[in-house]
Design a protein around this ligand. Structure first.
Ligand code: MN
Length: 294
């Protein structure tokens, strides 16, 4: 029942290549998780590191999870926050926010992490923008597995991150061949991405960089190390609402996306990002034809 989630190579500018696990041709969402990029590990000691200038979002939450390095978040609400591995940034775009993500001039050698997006339910797509930083996250020990829970709840450990649909996000280290049986919600579908080492998931060996999709209907997920590894586990109740995704925007209709693009290009709605050094990112041209819901 385990399906392989094949990432495609994508560029996020300045020659930075990422593995994009969501959306792909086979899977557009896992729960309300609608975007999953894995970047690095990259040696950024001789370069500027991450330099993503001010750009807008609507209709989604961005979830930043670092495995190595340091990123500085700034947004149009005025937040200025350094994030490090083991910490969480959740930015709720709602009706609109702009942010920038940059490495400081002096930064650690390695950059390795995940950029995740969560689609907001239609009823909350126009909610007020917000930003949350969590420096301390709960840890669950399940046999030989150690899980840091950044969204939702796993084995009694519950994250304080604010999300708006039933959702799970955890970083899990597994050591040794005896499988850990991680208790999961039967209604949830899951995705696993191996970020270090090799991990056996439901009996299937997954090397670093491999991803797997697990449909709903299980109450436990078996994971063992070969001999050890680290994964990011995402889960949620299948997201069934209409979903239009284009560039940095998520909506339930094409009109929401088109008007968000117009407002960004006309410098309306989103506001400036104080303190950002990198240039503002212009919106690309809309594709020919009408944007359609997946
Ligand atoms: Mn962004």
């Amino acid at each position: 029942m385990t399906q392989i989630l094949r990432p495609r190579r994508a560029s996020i500018g300045e020659g930075t290549e990422v593995g994009r696990y969501l959306p792909t041709r086979s899977h557009t969402t896992v729960g309300a998780w609608c975007f999953l990029d894995l970047y690095g590990p990259s040696d950024v000691s001789d370069g500027p590191g991450m330099q993503v200038g001010p750009h807008p979002h609507v209709g989604l939450q961005t979830v930043t999870w670092l495995l190595s390095g340091e990123v500085v978040h700034r947004d149009s609400l005025g937040h200025h926050q350094v994030i490090r591995p083991g910490q969480l940034n959740v930015m709720t775009a709602g009706a609109g926010i702009a942010h920038a993500e940059e490495s400081a001039d002096r930064h650690p050698r390695w950059l390795h992490g995940l950029q995740l997006w969560v689609a907001l339910p239609q009823a909350l797509s126009q909610t007020a923008a917000a930003f949350q930083h969590l420096a301390d996250l709960p840890v669950a020990e399940v046999g030989p597995a150690r899980a840091t829970v950044f969204v939702g709840e796993l084995a009694g450990a519950r994250s304080a991150a604010t999300v708006h649909s039933p959702l799970l996000g955890a970083e899990i280290t597994v050591v040794g061949a005896i499988p850990a049986e991680l208790p999961v919600e039967r209604e949830f579908e899951h995705a696993v991405v191996v970020v270090d080492g090799t991990v056996q998931v439901e009996g299937r060996s997954l090397p670093t960089g491999a991803g797997a999709y697990l449909p709903p209907g299980r109450h436990a997920l078996a994971m063992a190390g070969e001999p050890s590894g680290r994964v990011v586990l995402l889960g949620g109740e299948p997201f069934t609402e209409p979903l239009v995704m284009w560039w940095n925007f998520v909506g339930s209709s094409a009109d929401q996306i088109v008007s968000a693009r117009e407002d960004w290009e006309a410098d309306r709605r989103f506001g400036p990002v104080p303190g950002s050094q990198a240039p503002r990112v212009p919106a690309p041209a809309l594709p020919p034809g009408r944007l359609v819901a997946r």
